[in-house]
Design a protein around this ligand. Sequence first.
Ligand code: PEP
Length: 253
Amino acid sequence: MLKPIIIANWKLNGNKVLVNKFIKKINNDYEKYFKKSTVIISPPMIYIEYMKKFMKNLKLSFAAQNVDYNYQGAFTGEISTYMIQEIGAKYIILGHSERRKHHFENNSLIAKKFYCTKINNLIPILCIGETENEKKSGLTENILTKQIDKIFLICGKNAFHNTLIAYEPIWAIGTGNNASPILINRTLKFIKNYIIFKSENTDIKFYMQYGGSVSTENIKDIICQKNVDGVLIGSGSLNYKNFLEMIKISSKN
Ligand code: PEP
């Protein structure tokens, strides 16, 4: 059976003190608890190389939280896929609702980033999801398909092969109001079927995550849903004790 995939998105949080604490604790706990899950940590980009260096014997992966689709040149402040590869990250989180909202990233820009992530052999973790109003208006599936369609348009039929897709309803992120396990399962099933249909390939391999106020209280009921391969945890992943507890719970399934 597939190991649960646990992604920790630190967002714009943390410092060297927190990083060192995680390194020390993970080095200690890895053998006993982490091996039963696929753990991907996404700290702010500048800490990835440092964390990797001091956790070098562990099979833990890292994700960048953003990338530019340009490879080099006069793009002040940006970071390319080559640089992300060089520091040893394997994944890139794309389309997070916070980047859509605060950095005005639209579906076309996200699709360009997705394309360049894939052709450079990094793995996209694509976040998609609807707002509360869209949900209330019954537009969830419409919004999700629009977010997915742009990726197909720019990246082609095989776009989603070997990628991760995180259903992250915006109303659930950072609110303490997670989507119910039944809704998560139903929505992930919809996304999965839609991607298989558009790919015209029933053998296509991709992995489905849920994100939005995942906690030690709700992870057990979420992770056991048929269509859930793993979870994306935001603020709850910053507290090591919490994070470890969630890893322990999910690996017991
Ligand atoms: C996220 O950052 O994608 C997220 C799901 O955050 P939180 O777990 O804090 O809701």
